[in-house]
Design a protein around this ligand. Structure first.
Ligand code: T4K
Length: 401
């Protein structure tokens, strides 16, 4: 155990971990089961274009989240593009800036204009009052984000969307298996989008899905994700290639088999981080509403540099030196990124406050309780020795080491 700042790897001490500890290690599940599915697909000589494994995956996801339609896609970014395009959205799309770039890129890629709204700093979720204030005659849609798996204020957003007759979609990339007021994420708005990227709680290598109860929208999206080819094999409109492959579905199904276990492991990890860091001044573990289910896929801490003496960036560097690959999800926020920066700069004070502090810590089934205790020991030492660390840091910088 590290006791003094000079024990930290950043100052030449031994690294806390032999191998890197990641935020987004894939949840593969039973490898033999995956290989058997892959073998089955190869024997079946059917590799893509709505094969049986993709259909099974779609049915399992629809069933899990309680919706009528699921269209599996190559990733969530394309799925977001598909919902916006199939929703005939034009003009501006209101969305939080506190999200992954993909949410904004999906709109921009279609020639739409993302309009960034601020968030509630306590939850990281869109502020519905700010959304309402940003609605103009140019608004074509609102995209809510279930950030870190915490469901967005779905009812408030639905009210605004209905009042102004604009489409409402949810970026649910983080939120498979999460609920709000007992209702599963997946059935809100006109459609929702999941991600099955390698780093997600359920992985398909790369993958995504649109889920919706709207049969007409689902039919259009199903056609659009396959070059616009409709059920009668005629190209009815402009489409793209957004299909999921059988290989990806084999992985998705296998990872889905392990989902209940993954959620439980993540829940225990989240609880342990919370109790280990409870008394650490200046570090807050983002908590989730106790009555809702969550996949606990992300463990987010907020680092208050004023109380700790070291800011998030320095803590991240200290952790990285220990081989703890913490990620600043999401900093910078979208409106601070070069493609979306404006002159004069847009100010979203609560988003910026959060973006300065936020850090995602390693979790997932490959992260053990012992790992977490060791990560927390480093955080505790670093954040309770801020001034000493800064002095040592400056001294070494002056000496060029
Ligand atoms: N909306 C939201 C709110 C999202 O967060 C995302 C994606 C999307 C939409 C779009 O979904 P997709 O189109 O991707 O389906 C990662 C992911 O690439 C991205 O999918 C994810 N959000 C985002 C939050 O994280 P990076 O740039 O941070 O990835 P990278 O390569 O640095 O990996 C993150 C960590 O995971 C590293 O510590 C390494 C580890 N890792 C990564 C991969 C790929 C592994 O251990 N194994 C792996 O195979 O974006």
């Amino acid at each position: 155990m590290k006791r003094v700042p000079t024990d930290l790897a950043i100052f030449g001490g031994p690294e806390a971990f032999l191998h890197p500890l990641h935020v987004g290690r894939p949840t593969i599940g039973d490898r033999q089961r995956f290989l058997a599915r892959l073998e089955w697909a190869l024997n079946n000589n059917w590799l893509t274009n709505g094969g049986p494994l993709v259909r099974e995956f779609e049915a399992r996801v629809a069933d899990l989240v309680g919706v009528r339609h699921c269209i599996a896609t190559c990733n969530a970014t394309v799925a977001l593009e598909l919902v916006l395009r199939a929703g005939d959205v034009t003009g501006e799309v209101i969305m939080p800036s506190m999200t992954f770039a993909a949410t904004a890129h999906a709109a921009s890629w279609l020639g739409l204009t993302p309009v960034f709204c601020d968030v509630d700093p306590a939850t990281g979720l869109v502020d519905p009052d700010h959304v309402a204030a940003l609605v103009t005659p140019q608004t074509g849609a609102i995209v809510g984000v279930h950030l870190w798996g915490r469901p967005a204020p779905v009812e408030a957003l639905a009210k605004i969307a209905a009042e102004h007759q604009v489409k409402l979609f949810f970026d649910a990339a983080h939120a498979l298996g999460c609920t709000t007021d007992g209702r599963p994420v997946g059935g809100f708005g006109d459609a929702e989008v999941f991600s099955f990227h390698a780093t997600k709680a359920v992985t398909a290598f790369e993958g995504g899905a649109v889920v919706t109860d709207d049969g007409l929208l689902a039919e259009r999206i199903r056609a659009m994700h396959n070059f616009g080819i409709g059920p009668d094999k005629v190209v009815t409109e402009i489409g793209t290639n957004g299909k999921m492959s059988e290989c990806a579905a084999a992985m998705g199904l296998t990872s889905l088999d392990a989902f209940a276990e993954t959620k439980e492991h993540n829940r225990v990890n989240h609880a342990l981080y919370t109790s280990e860091l409870r008394d650490v001044r200046g570090v807050t573990v983002h908590s989730l509403p106790p009555d809702d289910e969550s996949n606990h896929q992300y463990v987010i801490i907020l680092v208050d540099g004023t109380s700790t003496g070291i800011d998030r960036d320095r803590l991240q560097a200290i952790l990285r030196a220990e081989k703890v690959v913490a990620q600043p999800y999401f900093s910078p926020a979208c409106h601070q990124m070069p493609p979306y920066r404006t002159e004069p700069p847009l100010r979203l004070t609560r988003t910026e406050w959060l973006a300065e502090r936020v850090l995602a810590l390693p979790t997932g089934p490959s992260v053990s309780s012992e790992d977490i205790r060791r990560v927390c020991d480093v955080i505790r030492l670093a954040t309770t020795s801020g001034p000493l660390i800064n002095a040592e840091w400056d001294k070494r910088k002056r000496n060029g080491s």
